[in-house]
Design a protein around this ligand. Structure first.
Ligand SMILES: [Zn+2]
Length: 324
């Protein structure tokens, strides 16, 4: 490579933002879609009929972030803000957590485990009321929040490596790696299981994600020391824009070092989503889904259309990468 080209590339490397979509829109959609296939016979027909909705709308909660007040906090929890052993000391139940820390504090540092529980409760009510619009909307949303809770970087205030000189690691782990490697992952997760304690289950997810955090950060740092900067990044054209991405070689080395971690967390998300859907349905008294309406109401279609418009034309605030 001519020295000039090299210099330009290096400059671009420094200037271009890293490409990063949340759990890529790609991973969220894939996870929600695959969860359908883990459902029991009484449910799978209904969810398959609506699989396009469940898949496409898997990313709505991220799109709503700048439109709906309070949405942002539902996707993460900055556990380390609460001290070293927060994972074990944090009150699991919302009311107790509010009493200890105040609601403002909880909202400020993220509420994903509690919001999963609340969405599961709402989904149960939707099944009880046989409300097709709400069953689908809440199923898609619940899938999103469960998947977010399985991402290690959704459990820390260092969510994009910004405190440790690893900016960009968020999209790298949850977008770039699934896009490059998830075709080789084993997504056969077995059938959904009833969740005896939905609130504690949400904490199990956060726990598994948080315990994986050390290696997420450490391995990236180690590899960055081993690999030259110009080999670490490369460029791809997306939507006619040249985008800086982590190179395939770097991604491969990282994924190998993580030893199946992204695959494990995706599998966990898929199985748990199906299990929450199943649990909500059982808790609602196992309504016969074959007799539900087949079409969304006109009002719901309109609402979705408005939501889409708000996202496309709304105030696209400078996106805080990693807060998804
Ligand atoms: Zn999210």
């Amino acid at each position: 490579m001519a020295p000039n080209t090299k210099a330009v590339l290096l400059l671009l490397t420094l200037l271009l933002p890293l490409n990063g979509y949340p759990w890529g829109f790609f991973a969220h959609q894939r996870i929600n879609r695959l969860a359908v296939f883990a459902l029991p016979p009484e449910m799978i027909g209904f969810y398959k009929r609506h699989i396009r909705y469940i898949t496409e709308n898997a990313v709505n909660p991220d799109k709503r972030r700048y439109v709906v007040e309070g949405e942002a906090a539902r996707h993460y929890i900055d556990l380390d803000v609460y001290g070293d052993s927060a994972l074990y000391r944090m009150p699991r139940l919302w009311q107790q957590a509010v009493e200890r820390y105040s609601e403002d504090t909880l909202q400020a540092y993220g509420i994903v485990p509690w919001h999963i529980h609340q969405t599961k409760y709402q989904l149960t009510q939707a099944f009880k009321n046989r409300n097709l619009d709400r069953i689908l909307r809440l199923s898609a949303d619940l899938g999103h929040y469960v998947a977010d809770a399985c991402v290690p970087l959704h459990t820390t205030q260092n969510y994009n490596g910004q405190l440790t000189g690893q900016r960009g690691i968020h999209g790298f782990w949850e977008t770039r790696l699934p896009e490059l490697f998830s075709d080789t992952f084993d997504f056969f997760v077995g059938q959904a299981q009833y969740i005896g304690h939905p609130q504690l289950k949400a904490w199990d997810l956060v726990t598994s994600a948080h315990l994986a955090l050390d290696s997420v950060l450490l391995f990236e740092k180690q590899l960055s020391q081993e690999m030259e900067e110009e080999k670490k990044y490369s460029f791809e054209v997306r939507n006619n824009l040249t985008t800086r991405v982590y190179s395939r070689a770097f991604a491969k080395a990282y994924n190998n070092k993580l030893n199946g971690q992204v695959e494990r967390q995706m599998r966990l998300a898929i199985h748990t989503i199906a299990s929450y859907w199943y649990t909500a349905w059982v808790d609602a008294g196992q309504p016969d889904l074959r007799t539900l309406g087949k079409e969304l109401s006109a009002a719901e279609k309109l609402r979705l259309e408005m939501e889409k418009k708000a996202y496309e034309t709304g105030p696209h605030l400078p996106r805080e990468e990693g807060r998804d």
